[in-house]
Design a protein around this ligand. Structure first.
Ligand SMILES: [Zn+2]
Ligand SMILES: [Zn+2]
Ligand SMILES: [Zn+2]
Length: 111
């Protein structure tokens, strides 16, 4: 009984902590979107839901709500590099790390 409570409070402690710290921030380059839509979907004549941009080479891919999931496919193909994407949706300023599955605020964009 006591052991169970110890485990429970340990789990609560872990859950209460902020998200995992991303170790991939050095993959961020000064990139600009390489296209206005998902490159691969455009080639396929397909559609997407939201757009993500790779922070390493500026490749534009579609999100995991899109059927082709090109952004995560790009990250998997280039793993362990190219793990960070940022949202290209208007008003969304966040980065997502595929390796750590962590969301974080995007750095200020250089003018
Ligand atoms: Zn990371
Ligand atoms: Zn796509
Ligand atoms: Zn990339």
């Amino acid at each position: 009984m006591e052991l169970l409570q110890t485990i429970r409070s340990a789990i609560q402690r872990v859950r209460g902590e902020p998200a995992v710290e991303c170790r991939h921030l050095d993959q961020i380059r000064d990139v600009t979107p390489s296209s206005t839509g998902c490159q691969q979907c455009l080639e396929l004549g397909d559609t997407w839901v939201h757009l993500r941009m790779c922070m390493t080479d500026g490749q534009v891919g579609c999100c995991d709500s899109s059927k082709n999931k090109h952004a995560s496919r790009h990250a998997h193909e280039h793993a362990p590099e190219h793990q960070l994407v940022r949202s290209l949706e208007p008003g969304e300023d966040w980065l997502w790390c595929y390796a750590d599955e962590t969301l974080m605020p995007a750095p200020d964009q250089k003018a």
